[in-house]
Design a protein around this ligand. Structure first.
Ligand SMILES: O=c1ccn([C@H]2C[C@H](O)[C@@H](COP(=O)(O)OP(=O)(O)OP(=O)(O)O)O2)c(=O)[nH]1
Length: 166
């Protein structure tokens, strides 16, 4: 808990951490925050890829990273691409493990029902959010502590039809 309180103390500015980046392709662009307040650093394509409606592709960034132990890179969609073209990340958010040394790939899908979409070299296709994470020590128990929510979920607080759900 001490660590969590420490984080609350430093909300005014993001913590800066060094991340080594290897360029695997001459057109690769290092991840970049567009403005100071951005959580995600833009990831850029090194390939031209055309996505037909409903199709997906692993789009290369030409970059390999060494994220510090205890951190993870999460590959999030760009809202502009999603809103304007229906193009998003299939496995959002993609997980780039700190131990991963391969090329960061973005699994883009074109959800537009009619229009194809072409990614060009240098296009910003996704954003990488670097976060800390915990490792849980999972231990089996016979019963769990009580909570306000209990076992309810899947729309139990209302707002959507619950037909067919427990
Ligand atoms: O959007 C993504 C998601 C993952 N990766 C890379 C980094 C990550 O560390 C590795 C494995 O990802 P993940 O653990 O999600 O894949 P998996 O399907 O569980 O494969 P594995 O069995 O290799 O863990 O693939 C990417 O380049 N982009």
């Amino acid at each position: 808990m001490r660590g969590l309180r420490g984080r609350a103390d430093r909300v005014a500015a993001p913590v800066r951490i060094a991340v080594a980046v290897r360029r695997l392709h001459p057109d690769a662009v290092l991840p970049r925050y567009s403005t100071d307040g951005d959580a995600g650093a833009d990831l850029t394509s090194v390939a031209e890829v055309t996505l037909r409606p409903g199709c997906r592709a692993l789009v290369p960034t030409g970059l390999a990273l060494s994220l510090p132990p205890g951190t993870v890179g999460l590959v999030h969609p760009r809202s502009g691409l999603a809103a304007r073209h229906g193009v998003t990340v299939v496995n959002a958010p993609g997980t780039v493990d700190s131990g991963y040394r391969g090329e960061v790939l973005v699994n883009l899908v074109n959800l537009d029902p009619t229009d194809e979409f072409t990614v060009h070299v240098g296009d910003r296709i996704a954003q990488l959010v670097v976060q800390e994470y915990f490792h849980a020590d999972f231990s089996e128990v016979d019963s769990l502590p009580g909570s306000a929510r209990g076992e309810t979920g899947h729309g139990s607080t209302g707002g959507f039809g619950a037909a067919g759900l427990p």
